[in-house]
Design a protein around this ligand. Structure first.
Ligand SMILES: [Cu+2]
Length: 140
């Protein structure tokens, strides 16, 4: 008899389930569910990031002048439009080969203010020596 009562209660309970909001909250507000920190989440807490896309071609960088502020985290995506080039910013220990058809990501922090040369670090032809740009770091 006791078993029968249990079964009846269990069935009654299951019958109630559809009315019970067991999924309340799930999928209700996914945007905020996993990002409660909002504007104070970790990436925003770091120094601001300046991102550029630079194309290296015979015989120039486009754009050739990049401007950031002192203390900025700098990210440069460099790709080659023709042969193999390189990009060097000696001040910030940047020196990467840019193979044709590849995008190379360079990251550094612009710790010092000034104007620093951007050079091609790979002998790429007659105009190689003219292949220059500037990184301008504005003092904060
Ligand atoms: Cu070159």
């Amino acid at each position: 008899m006791r078993t029968l009562v249990f079964v009846v209660v269990a069935v009654a309970g299951m019958a109630l389930l559809p009315e019970t909001p067991v999924n309340a909250g799930v999928g209700k507000d996914p945007a905020t569910a996993y990002a409660p920190a909002g504007p104070t989440s970790p990436p925003a807490a770091q120094a601001p990031e300046k991102a550029f896309e630079v194309v290296a071609r015979r015989f120039a960088f486009e754009p050739s002048t990049l401007e950031v502020r002192q203390g900025d985290r700098v990210r440069i995506l460099v790709s080659s439009a023709d042969g193999v080039h390189g990009i060097g910013i000696r001040k910030f220990k940047v020196n990467s080969l840019i193979p044709r058809g590849k995008t190379v990501t360079i990251e550094f922090t612009a710790t010092e203010a000034g104007t620093f040369p951007i050079v091609c670090s790979e002998a790429c032809g007659d105009g190689h020596a003219d292949m220059r740009g500037s990184l301008v770091v504005v003092a904060k």
